[in-house]
Ligand binder design. Structure first.
Ligand SMILES: [Zn+2]
Length: 325
């Protein structure tokens, strides 16, 4: 041991000692109002965190989008597809009352490929059942890429695939923390983007629509390509033709809660998973931004998407879940 006085002889130790004393004086002189203000700040930020826990977060949804893309291109038969399936089921199991795989087989010439829809159930028993859907697979080839050399490359599907799923995972998290009175079913379709022609696309929704059983619903909302940074969501034409009242009610609600990305005009007619549900008797509206220059190209990557876009769509979906239409 070295005595304190001896230690303080060293110039460096002296300066440390002086700093300590000055620090004590400065701490004692800190005005009470400033201390109170800092406590108040931390109280406020705690309160904000608590409120945000119950609100849709675009940031958290975007993390779900990135996570899916980190697995790589998620087309049926790929290792990334397998890993993503396990991840999505595990996430939904955390939040849902029940989450299951709905397996089916797709036969093509002499080849058979296994695919899985992922189904989850939330909420109480009252009122009509609402179905929320998105496709979780991605296209095995970038057939619309401007560069012909890329047209057999699988796409990452940040917007075309991951965006809708990302919104629904964040919705699932909220439904767990604040269970709705009415039943909500989330369905993630496989095999939406599998083939080159319409007959070998929408495979999961086709299978689901023919085998709904106890997973049937009174109406549905499909989310596809909702992550575009430059989000513009007119009313999709097939949805409007099938159920004009439902479609317009959704867009009216968006207007009411101040979401200008939803535009109350008719947009393109887009063949998508909702058509299978409509045909099976579940009126379903497709929320889709079909003016996305990177559609079915290798450029469909997370940097073309934004947390804000996911949040706009998530807020509308949750508003309908809790307040009905
Ligand atoms: Zn697609």
């Amino acid at each position: 041991m070295i005595p304190l006085v001896q230690k303080l002889r060293h110039p460096l130790l002296w300066s440390v000692w002086c700093w300590l004393i000055l620090g004590v004086i400065r701490w004692e002189l800190t005005p009470i109002s400033r201390l109170e203000a800092s406590v108040e700040d931390s109280r406020n930020s705690n309160a904000e965190d608590q409120i945000n826990e119950k609100e849709f977060s675009g940031k958290r949804a975007f993390a779900y989008l990135e996570k899916q893309c980190e697995f790589g291109a998620r087309f049926p038969g790929s290792a990334a597809h397998q890993k993503t399936q396990a991840y999505l089921l595990a996430e939904l199991e955390k939040f849902a009352e029940e989450a299951v795989l709905q397996p089916f087989e797709y036969r093509q010439q002499n080849q058979s490929i296994r695919m899985n829809n992922i189904l989850a159930r939330f909420g109480g028993n009252g009122g009509g059942t609402m179905l929320l859907a998105a496709h979780w697979d991605t296209r095995p080839f970038a057939d619309l890429d401007p560069n012909p050399a890329n047209r057999n490359t699988p796409i990452l599907g940040a917007n075309d695939g991951a965006s809708g799923v990302a919104v629904l995972l964040e919705v699932a998290r909220i439904l767990k923390s604040n269970p709705p009175a009415t039943p909500v079913i989330i369905v993630l379709f496989d095999g939406e983007d599998y083939g080159k022609t319409v007959s070998d696309m929408f495979l999961g929704s086709r299978y689901f629509a023919q085998n709904m059983g106890r997973w049937s619903a009174d109406f549905g909302i499909l989310l596809d390509m909702v992550g575009d940074r430059d989000l513009a969501l007119p009313m999709e034409r097939y949805s409007w033709n099938a159920d004009r009242q439902l479609t317009e009610a959704i867009w009216r609600r968006a207007e009411e809660i101040g979401l200008p990305e939803f535009q109350r005009r008719l947009g393109a007619a887009v063949m998508d998973d909702h058509l299978q549900l409509i045909e099976a008797g579940v009126p379903t509206v497709n929320i889709i931004d079909f003016t996305y220059p990177y559609w079915h190209t290798i450029e469909d990557t997370p940097d073309k998407c934004s947390p804000h876009s996911l949040e706009v769509v998530g807020r509308l979906v949750l508003d309908i879940v809790y307040r009905g239409l």
